[in-house]
Design a binder for this molecule. Structure first.
Ligand SMILES: Nc1ncnc2c1ncn2[C@@H]1O[C@H](COP(=O)(O)OP(=O)(O)OP(=O)(O)O)[C@@H](O)[C@H]1O
Ligand SMILES: [Mg+2]
Length: 259
């Protein structure tokens, strides 16, 4: 009998190796996360257990926020309490996790060149936001968009190991919020606050230093994701523009609060 499998192909062996490294790091350090079994590693493809589940939807946000807070809190306890957001984290010789700012500085410059940050003042403001958010305990970014979480009958399964970097607490929750809104339309402001409360509560359960992300920081992260994800509008199911965290959500202009 053939086992149910999902084969993911990569354009280069290097990208495939990165995905394997990321997967292994999650297995070792991100205890509450549920991953599909990795059944075969080939030079440019990976074979995973086929997960019977659906993509995440806005109604899943409360439980997903709790799940992410739990995963990030556990990972900080296991490993990331040793990490600094501004420096590559090297828990072992093979499983390093890139820093938070470097790749995003490059990506923001690319968005400016492509016209998504029209003026140099726009670029400078985004770079300043990035620098201001590179503080505090380290969690990680794993591109938490609705297609990278599969909701099964009894679990939330995380897939897609192509990207992994250090990131502040709340950053990957903001990615989920922005990409849910780009896929399904604007979310009510109280859904954001409720998600942040649940995320913080779950993270704080692991250590009292964690779970302190505020709405101003969440808004800053959402602004960054809005710019970084803008080129993908019209693809990957993104039918709506990224939410503007300072308008339409009922939030104050919180990005200015932390500037
Ligand atoms: N192990 C799996 N079991 C079941 N379905 C899977 C599995 N891995 C991936 N998929 C399906 O394939 C889709 C794309 O997979 P993945 O996210 O790894 O690739 P991607 O290139 O990042 O695509 P996308 O840009 O849509 O996220 C997932 O959203 C999911 O629907
Ligand atoms: Mg994906």
């Amino acid at each position: 009998m053939t086992r149910a499998q999902y084969v993911k192909r990569y354009p280069t062996a290097e990208r495939c190796q990165t995905a394997v490294r990321n997967y292994m790091w999650l297995v070792q350090h991100a205890a509450p996360v549920r991953l599909p079994a990795l059944q075969a590693i080939r030079p440019t493809s990976l074979t995973f257990e086929l997960v019977q589940g659906r993509h995440a939807q806005p109604s899943d946000l409360p439980r997903l926020a709790t799940h992410l807070g739990d995963v990030h809190g556990a990972t900080w306890m296991n490993d990331l309490h040793r990490a600094q957001l501004g420096a590559v984290h090297v828990p072992s010789t093979e499983l390093e996790v890139p820093d938070y700012p470097s790749s995003r500085q490059k990506a923001l410059a690319a968005r400016h060149a492509a016209g998504f940050l029209p003026t140099t003042a726009d670029l400078d403001a985004s770079l300043a936001l990035l620098a201001q958010t590179a503080i505090g305990p380290a969690a990680f970014y794993k591109d938490t968009n609705p297609r990278n979480l599969l909701i099964t009958a009894n679990a939330v399964v995380t897939i897609d190991f192509d990207e992994l970097t250090l990131a502040p607490f709340g950053y990957d929750l903001a990615k989920l919020i922005v990409t849910l809104a780009m896929t399904y339309g604007p979310l009510p402001a109280n859904a954001l606050r409720d998600a942040l409360d649940r995320y913080n509560q779950a993270a704080a359960h692991h250590h009292e230093r964690l779970g302190r992300t505020d709405m101003g920081q969440l808004s800053a992260f959402m602004s960054l994701h809005g710019v970084l994800t803008a080129p993908y509008l019209g693809r990957h199911g993104y039918r709506f523009r990224a939410p503007n965290p300072s308008a339409g959500t009922g939030l104050s202009d919180a990005t200015k609060d932390i500037a």
